[in-house]
Design a protein around this ligand. Structure first.
Ligand SMILES: *[C@@H]1O[C@H](CO)[C@@H](O)[C@H](O)[C@H]1NC(C)=O
Ligand SMILES: *[C@@H]1O[C@H](CO)[C@@H](O)[C@H](O)[C@H]1NC(C)=O
Ligand SMILES: *[C@@H]1O[C@H](CO)[C@@H](O)[C@H](O)[C@H]1NC(C)=O
Ligand SMILES: *[C@@H]1O[C@H](CO)[C@@H](O)[C@H](O)[C@H]1NC(C)=O
Ligand SMILES: *[C@@H]1O[C@H](CO)[C@@H](O)[C@H](O)[C@H]1NC(C)=O
Length: 496
């Protein structure tokens, strides 16, 4: 084999063989299957961060501000289990003291949930931060403040009044988090019908607060379980479907405590999302026709994510495939748990440096546009996963013109492969290929863009430069993913 490396004939032969056996990728750009939103990819912060005193999420950090601004325009959902423990106290001005590592360990061990207050300063900080970085805040209200079987909106009204008096613009409200699991988490129960009535009440209150603020819910857990699907269905059918602007469910592929690296590149695990998408969308279509579906909270693994995996290069397979499938199936928003905190965070807990999925999210937001197309290939393998959209044309970073096409692809196989795009045979491809950086392979905490490790330059985002390739043969390394842009594709459906 060694002799082969120096033989020109061998190199030529390898090239020819690759060209012959290249997987052909064809995009049906005559039909736009779905249209996603500019803010399709969104992020979350857990309300628990307020209880923990925000940890090292330093609102004044220049690095943090630049990283957040990079993802704009973007929804930020502030919610989660702790939302149903939170009371707003406008008289209180000091945020909670940041928890020590020991306090946090104790909390993790006992999972003893305690009520807590959000101070006026906490609320000021998150609202000012969102506005400064071009994000739009969606806040999850506490539905467990109840009186004789109904939600008591007094504290929510206090929050709305305060918000209005400060001139903050909220994008939306949620009410409760994973209400179908309240019995399991809090030993309390709110039926789907009761929750629907609570949402109707919230909608009325919001009417006098602001007409344009979204009402989002019910944020149930994974809908592939029958009882969860029934809760979602009953909520929508008993009046919830008439008042929500977006119908939400949550999704995690695997348990973070037991997940291994193989799970992240397992086609059957990636494909399992299809059932959830179909279940959620058909249920919403039947009981809340016209209401878009959002995955209101989602990551690779639940229980805080898988340590050393959900924050590593390999997490990108689950994230990119989830974005691809969700867009293709008709979901209109995907909220990544979380921007900060947990193994699945986009940023490092201590340094606020970007994890690999931050870079993936950034590239997705800047390269992937709204119209979604059907892709076919000459490979029958489910280990080559390919999606195609129009290119996003208003990113100031790249300035691609209307008519351009973006293809994003994942090779979850352990062999290298070769792609060709015969429809664009004579066109130049801009390649943004992501591979593990800095050693560590799939578990690497770094990611290379076109063989160069991505990192901030003096607290600023670096320029993201494509490499160029012909569309007739493109080598795709084993276990890698990336984006291809065809700037001169001239696709009619992408001209708008
Ligand atoms: C694109 O531009 C429009 C109009 O300025 C803006 O509303 C939208 O948020 C932008 N989208 C992205 C992804 O930057
Ligand atoms: C937490 O607050 C809710 C709503 O006010 C209340 O019903 C519940 O009893 C409180 N739980 C604890 C443990 O204090
Ligand atoms: C909120 O403001 C309205 C109008 O000013 C007022 O009637 C209401 O009592 C306030 N509610 C709370 C809970 O502060
Ligand atoms: C795959 O390609 C890489 C270069 O991109 C090479 O180093 C590696 O040996 C190849 N692997 C196989 C199994 O051919
Ligand atoms: C990365 O480097 C390899 C080896 O030098 C090269 O074959 C490949 O084309 C490079 N990939 C990109 C996307 O630039």
């Amino acid at each position: 084999m060694d002799a082969c490396h120096i033989s020109l004939l061998c190199i030529v032969l390898t090239y020819v063989i690759h060209a012959i056996f290249a997987t052909e990728v064809n995009v049906d750009f005559n039909r736009v299957l779905q249209v996603i939103d500019d803010k399709f990819v969104a992020v979350t912060l857990d309300s628990h961060l307020i209880q923990e005193g925000w940890q090292k999420f330093d609102f004044g950090s220049e690095k943090l501000v630049n990283l957040a601004h990079g993802l704009a325009p973007c929804y930020l959902r502030l919610g989660g289990t702790a939302a149903d423990l939170l009371t707003f106290d406008p008289q209180k001005t000091a945020p909670n003291k940041p928890w020590s590592a020991q306090q946090y360990q104790e909390f993790l061990l006992k999972k003893h949930y305690k009520n807590f207050t959000m101070s006026a300063t906490d609320w000021d900080l998150i609202n000012k931060f969102s506005a400064a970085v071009g994000w739009e805040l969606i806040f999850d209200l506490n539905v467990l403040i109840r009186d004789q079987g109904s939600w008591d909106p007094t504290n929510a009204m206090l929050l709305m009044n305060y918000t209005k008096s400060r001139g903050y613009k909220l994008a939306g409200f949620e009410l409760g988090n994973e209400p179908n699991a309240f019995h399991h988490v809090f030993g309390r129960t709110v039926t789907a019908a009761d929750l629907a009535r609570d949402f109707v009440r919230l909608r009325q209150i919001m009417g006098s607060y602001s007409q344009s603020t979204l009402l989002v819910g019910p944020d149930v857990t994974k809908v592939d379980k029958k009882n969860v699907r029934l809760y979602f269905e009953e909520f929508l059918a008993s009046g919830g479907g008439k008042v929500v602007d977006k119908a939400t469910f949550h999704h995690y592929y695997v348990d973070g405590r037991t997940a291994d690296v193989g799970d992240f590149i397992d086609a059957s695990i990636l494909d399992s999302l299809k059932t959830d998408l179909t279940d959620a969308i058909t249920t919403a279509q039947a009981h809340a026709p016209g209401v878009p579906v959002w995955i209101g909270e989602t990551a690779s693994a639940y229980g805080g994510g898988a340590e050393g995996l959900s924050d590593a290069y390999v997490a990108g397979f689950m994230w990119l495939d989830k974005l691809g499938l969700s867009a293709l199936y008709g979901v209109k928003g995907v909220f990544r748990q979380s921007f900060y905190k947990g193994n699945y965070a986009l940023l490092d807990l201590d340094t606020l440096d970007p994890n690999p999925d931050y870079w993936l999210t950034l590239l997705y937001k800047r390269l992937v546009g709204r119209q979604v197309f059907h892709v076919t290939t000459t490979s029958s393998s489910d280990r080559l996963r390919i999606y195609a959209h129009c290119t996003s044309t208003n990113s100031s970073t790249f300035g691609y013109k209307p008519g351009s096409l973006t293809v994003y692809a994942m090779n979850i196989d352990s062999s290298n492969t070769t792609l060709s795009l015969p429809q664009f045979q004579d066109r130049t491809l801009h390649v943004y290929w992501l591979t593990p950086g800095g050693g560590g392979g799939l578990k690497s905490k770094f990611v290379n863009l076109n063989n160069k490790t991505l990192e901030l330059v003096d607290k600023q985002l670096p320029s993201l430069t494509p490499s160029h390739s012909s569309a007739s043969t493109l080598s795709i390394p084993a276990h890698s993913f990336g984006f291809l842009v065809i700037p001169d594709a001239n696709i009619l459906a992408c001209q708008k």
